[in-house]
Design a protein around this ligand. Structure first.
Ligand SMILES: Nc1ncnc2c1ncn2[C@@H]1O[C@H](COP(=O)(O)OP(=O)(O)OP(=O)(O)O)[C@@H](O)[C@H]1O
Length: 712
């Protein structure tokens, strides 16, 4: 069993290794509590020790404050907000308390002398009213300041995270540990870590100031009444004990715990449920005649499970509520409520002459102490929260420094920008490669050489390594062994930016972005992403103009709207809203429809858009930036006419650029290739041009004849 922590590491936990771990059965679940702390990397889970640990993360708080200072007007907003909070939470409550104390003195005087100091009474009433008016005015202004402050902080740290994610290369980004790390800093509630940190930090300061202010005033008010101070101390002790009791009766989440189930019936039942509920398994379920079997299994397992069955969260909450020892502790703690009054009465009975404290002042003491004790606890809670928050702040900065697996080179490329128009030579020398986490080689000992301006076609069966060659040329991954040379230079030594600028690649598993069609094509050449003429020409060359023209919003059509429309209670049968099909999110998800199905694009049309994007970069551009064109199955979804047109256009427009094609089809293009690589089992089996390979009468010739015979 594994416990996933919020820290960067994942700790293995085997309950059998820890004799003191408390094990309880909750339904079919095994709940483990009091797992040794060394497995718990969550600071501030419940102990002072964890709070002390937060000093390691304090430098990140200073760094964040320095960052905040760099945001326009943020210091001013933050300073004003903190000052207002100080007035609202520390000064005004203390002043109010002081007025209440003065009121008590008047009451006491009236009882003792039957005389009222009217001007003092007036001043107290006026002062109390001023306090409450100021309180609401200041609260209003603090909310007003909150909005721009939160917005600026969110924006700034949103950009920080965007940059941190965007800079990661493929192997680093695909790493599950990195994904976990990134998930840990992505706010789920839309509020950035910085905003939460600011609130928690100001919360701690406010609570401290409040407690100090209240304490000073209480001390001043009750200084003359020793019994009142004694009573106050009794009450405070009782309240703190009660609050501690409330904590004991609390939740298991305050402790280190984990739960799992090994119940075969439960596991099988949940497994069957997923097969039936997930449409991805439907083909196999129906074709394999599994329906009756699954239903029988499901019913039988339900019967055997009986009452034990249940979701862990539900079972755990009812189990917690019935743990008798917690009830006992909280009940005992509640009875402490009366203790101060009992002690006070006993003291008054013993020394009746010394009762200067009125009933009104007992009430005041009680009220003030409730808030006082609550604030004391909230300081503890807030510091715990701050300790956890500082870990998040550290992670926020750590993700911006995750090292990339693909190291950047320092040599500019190409040395002579004019030469690039004549193409780039490409050489693989004994290249072997395995995908991260995989034991099998995707390429093994691959060597070939392509001269500048040549056309190379890579053919071979599924999984033979064709796409991998293209991925290595663009340095999405680096080979384990061997070298790849461009114009005779090892690509690892070249600046990554330059290398990728010099290459245009269309992957087999291309993705269309959730943007407009215009942007999807324009992004082929970001420098000219707004150049309408180039975009239209690229769309035309990619064979996409016709269907784009038929779309109501043309180039401005969004393939997938990145922002959802909101709606409620639409009349039944409403299909369009704001000129778009209604995005019945749940239904679409359930039907597993792709986003492009919404605007009705076919696979071939999407491929034409992808080709257009690649042309935007390589063909349409006036500047000669690209010298190597890579195409991975660019015609897989195209009809024969579109495929033919595409190849004709490519041959005519590529000029002298070097071109590498990966394909399953032995079409007209292979005849024009300067070099054909026939791949099988991660290696190059045969290489040469079409005539040479036919003359060799090997695998290539066999497959060529096989395809040719189909048309005889
Ligand atoms: N991201 C990946 N992670 C792990 N293994 C991968 C990954 N991508 C490909 N492979 C494996 O690498 C090998 C070569 O895959 P590659 O995609 O290069 O084959 P291909 O010749 O292009 O296949 P196809 O004709 O089906 O496109 C295959 O065994 C494949 O399973």
């Amino acid at each position: 069993m594994t416990i996933n922590h919020t820290s960067d590491e994942t700790c293995a936990f085997n309950p059998g290794d820890h004799s003191r771990v408390k094990h309880t059965k909750v339904g079919v679940w095994d709940l483990y509590e009091d797992i040794p702390r060394k497995l718990d990397h969550v600071p501030g889970a419940s102990s002072i020790e964890k709070i002390l640990e937060m000093k390691q993360d304090l430098p990140y708080l200073w760094r964040m404050l320095a960052d905040i200072a760099s945001i326009k007007s943020c210091w001013f907003l933050l300073g004003t907000y903190t000052f207002l909070c100080f007035l609202i939470d520390a000064i005004l409550p203390a002043v109010s308390l002081w007025f209440s104390g003065q009121m008590l003195i008047i009451v006491q005087t009236v009882v003792d002398t039957r005389a009222v100091d009217k001007s003092l009474l007036l001043r107290i009433v006026a002062g109390t009213m001023c306090c409450s008016v100021s309180q609401s005015l200041l609260s209003f202004w603090s909310h007003k300041i909150n909005v721009p402050l939160e917005q600026r902080l969110n924006q700034h740290f949103d950009q920080h995270l965007f940059r941190a994610r965007a800079r990661l290369d493929l192997p680093t980004y695909e790493d599950p540990v990195i994904q976990h790390q990134l998930a840990g800093v992505t706010p789920s509630n839309g509020r950035s870590i910085a905003v939460t940190t600011v609130y928690i930090t100001t919360g701690v300061m406010q609570a401290c100031l409040y407690v100090i202010g209240q304490f000073a005033v209480m001390f001043h008010v009750f200084r003359e009444q020793p019994d009142a101070l004694l009573l106050a101390l009794f009450m405070l002790a009782a309240l703190l004990m009660q609050q501690a009791g409330g904590r004991f009766g609390g939740v298991i989440t305050a402790r280190v715990w984990a739960a799992t189930t090994k119940n075969e019936d439960y596991l099988r039942k949940q497994g069957s449920k997923r097969i039936v509920y997930n449409s991805g398994h439907r083909k196999e379920m129906i074709a394999g005649n599994l329906v009756q079997y699954l239903v029988a299994q499901f019913v039988a397992a339900s019967k055997r499970l009986g009452e034990d069955e249940g979701d862990f969260a539900e079972l755990a909450s009812s189990w917690r509520n019935h743990r008798s020892n917690w009830h006992l502790v909280s009940t005992i703690m509640r009875s402490f409520d009366l203790l101060p009054q009992v002690l006070f009465i006993l003291n008054a009975a013993r020394l009746p002459a010394s009762i200067p404290v009125s009933i009104a002042s007992i009430r005041l003491i009680q009220q003030s102490l409730h808030t006082f004790a609550w604030e004391l606890h909230s300081i503890y809670d807030n510091i715990q929260g701050l300790s956890k928050q500082l870990t998040d702040v550290r992670k926020l900065y750590d993700v911006a420094e995750i090292p990339n697996r693909i190291q950047d080179g320092d040599k500019p490329f190409p040395e002579d920008t004019q030469k690039i128009a004549a193409g780039i030579s490409l050489e693989f020398i004994n290249v072997s490669f395995r995908y991260p986490g995989s034991d099998t080689y995707a390429l093994r000992g691959v060597s070939f050489k392509l001269l500048a301006g040549q056309l190379c076609i890579i053919v071979g069966s599924n999984g033979s390594g064709k796409s991998t060659i293209l991925k290595l040329i663009t340095r999405l991954y680096d080979p384990e062994e061997g070298e790849i040379l461009l114009d005779g230079r090892n690509i690892r030594t070249l600046r990554l930016y330059d290398l990728r600028q010099a290459i245009s690649v269309l992957f087999q598993d291309y993705t269309l972005f959730p943007l407009s069609i215009r942007d999807n094509i324009g992004l082929g050449d970001p420098e000219h992403a707004c150049d309408k003429e180039r975009i239209e020409r690229a769309a035309e060359l990619g064979g996409a103009s016709e269907f784009i023209a038929r779309l109501p919003e043309g180039l401005d059509t969004y393939l997938e709207r990145p922002v959802k429309d909101h709606y409620g209670d639409l009349p039944a049968g409403t299909h369009t809203l704001f000129g778009r099909r209604v995005d019945y999110n749940g239904l679409r998800g359930a039907g597993e429809m792709s986003s492009t199905a919404q605007i009705g694009l076919s696979g071939g049309q999407m491929q034409r858009l992808a080709v257009a994007r690649s042309f935007m970069r390589s063909i349409v551009s006036d500047e000669q930036k690209v010298g190597l064109l890579l195409f991975d199955e660019p015609s897989a979804s195209l009809d024969p006419t579109a495929e033919h047109d595409l190849f004709v256009r490519l041959r005519a427009l590529r000029g002298n650029k070097t071109m590498v094609f990966s394909s399953h089809r032995f079409g007209s293009l292979t005849r024009h290739a300067d070099m054909i690589l026939y791949m099988s089992n991660s290696a190059i089996l045969e290489s040469g041009n079409h005539e040479q390979l036919l003359a060799r009468d090997g695998e290539y010739a066999r497959l060529w004849k096989l395809q040719a015979q189909a048309f005889l």
